[in-house]
Design a protein around this ligand. Structure first.
Ligand SMILES: NC(=O)C1=CN([C@@H]2O[C@H](COP(=O)(O)OP(=O)(O)OC[C@H]3O[C@@H](n4cnc5c(N)ncnc54)[C@H](OP(=O)(O)O)[C@@H]3O)[C@@H](O)[C@H]2O)C=CC1
Ligand SMILES: O=C(CO)COP(=O)(O)O
Ligand SMILES: [Zn+2]
Length: 347
């Protein structure tokens, strides 16, 4: 654990149409009159427009910036628009929320998380993952002062994104196994409550799989609530340990290898199948759960070659050497990586 302070959002809304109440919510939190909307090119119309309407109706002033990538350059561009009076509204997917979170943290101003989809568990957490040449793993920033999740917008988002969010939560099963292992072998600090919350969040998905369907508001609500509790587990731990183990190391390795990676949650889900096999657990249960939410379970489904899968498996233990996992200090050999991916039907 890197941080003993537990950060939580002050208010969390997961409701259909709640985006239209953005100004009222911000006023009730005394967030002032000056807003910066950070959004993306697809999410501008879907998410930012209703936010703008709400701010205009209430005579609140705003600026808008669109970001295409979660990079240090994007962070700098956003920071240039922030004054001490600004509240940053991050309206979009994971990269937009990360850029809004980190730029507001760097400038010491409030941040409101407004997801337009439910694709990963950074929506509520204090961590941000920004791509730079050396690392793409998360760093501590700050929790949103509020989360305003419009479950109707999320329900209408491409189902592939929701399935990726489910897969990012299913990854908690191996992340916790890795954390327990590091606790036993390396005496790493372990939080029972964070681990329990993380596993419960993954179970909220696997226990409700039959109810997670495209274009349904109650389905979006289940995924969003699970991401919320998964994010709380991260807040309690003060690090991504409860949600990121060997399966995430595999995904981070793919991010480095591939010009066009698949979605974060998709890569983590495929990694979870293989890491569960290494842990000696029932990898077929993971595979079946992913298939049930229509998340990919094979390399071919996400356009990744067999070689790239093996390269990522071999590279994974070097991504974050301080985070001990089932990959051990030395990782897997090329031959073992091939066997692992083959036996688990990933390649
Ligand atoms: N902070 C943390 O702890 C974590 C951070 N992450 C990070 O989050 C990112 C992954 O997030 P993810 O959401 O998967 O990817 P992106 O943010 O890249 O979003 C994927 C695509 O979905 C689009 N989109 C979002 N909402 C909608 C919608 N309602 N309708 C149509 N399209 C939509 C986005 O549009 P647009 O082009 O407008 O952005 C984008 O093109 C990575 O950068 C990853 O590192 C992942 C896990 C945890
Ligand atoms: O994706 C995450 C949790 O789901 C964050 O994990 P990392 O710390 O590995 O970036
Ligand atoms: Zn993740």
């Amino acid at each position: 654990m890197t941080n003993r302070k537990i950060q939580m959002p002050r208010e969390v809304y997961i409701d259909p149409g709640i985006v239209h109440d953005t100004a009222e919510i911000c006023n009730s939190l005394h967030l002032g009159n000056d807003f910066l909307i950070v959004t993306g090119s697809h999410t501008y119309d879907i998410g930012a427009r209703p936010v703008i309407e709400s701010l205009e109706k209430n005579n609140l002033s705003y600026d808008v910036i669109k970001v295409d990538v979660a990079s240090e350059e994007s962070i700098s561009e956003v920071e240039e628009l922030i004054t001490p009076e600004t509240t940053v509204l991050g309206v979009g997917g994971g990269k937009v929320i990360d850029v809004a979170k980190l730029s507001s943290f760097n400038q010491g101003v409030y941040f409101v998380s407004m997801p337009t989809t439910a694709s990963h568990d950074g929506i509520v957490s204090p961590l941000a993952s920004i791509k730079n040449p050396n690392t793409s793993i998360s760093a501590t920033a700050h929790s949103p002062i509020a989360v305003i999740a419009d479950s109707e917008i999320i329900a209408q988002s491409p189902f592939r994104l929701l399935a990726a969010g489910c897969a990012d939560l299913i990854a908690n099963f191996t992340a916790i196994k890795d954390w327990e292992l590091a606790h036993r072998l390396k005496n790493e600090a372990f939080s029972e409550s964070a681990a329990a919350l993380s596993i419960m969040s993954a179970h909220l998905i696997t226990d409700n799989i039959a109810n997670i369907k495209p274009n349904l508001e109650p389905s979006a609500r289940i995924v969003m609530k699970s991401l919320f509790s998964g994010g709380m587990a991260i807040s309690i731990a003060g690090s991504s340990r409860p949600a990121s183990g060997s399966e995430h190391l595999f995904s981070h390795a793919l991010d480095k290898i591939l010009d066009k990676p698949a979605l974060h949650g998709e890569q983590c889900g495929i990694g979870t199948i293989m890491m569960m096999y290494l842990h000696g657990g029932d990898w077929r249960v993971i595979k079946n759960a992913l298939e049930s939410v229509q998340a990919p379970t094979t390399a071919v489904e996400v356009g990744i070659s067999d070689e790239e899968i093996i390269d990522a498996l071999v590279m994974a233990n070097k991504i974050r050497p301080e985070r001990y996992t089932i990959l051990g200090d030395n990782g897997v050999s090329r031959e073992a990586a091939y066997e692992l991916a083959y036996k688990t039907e990933v390649i």
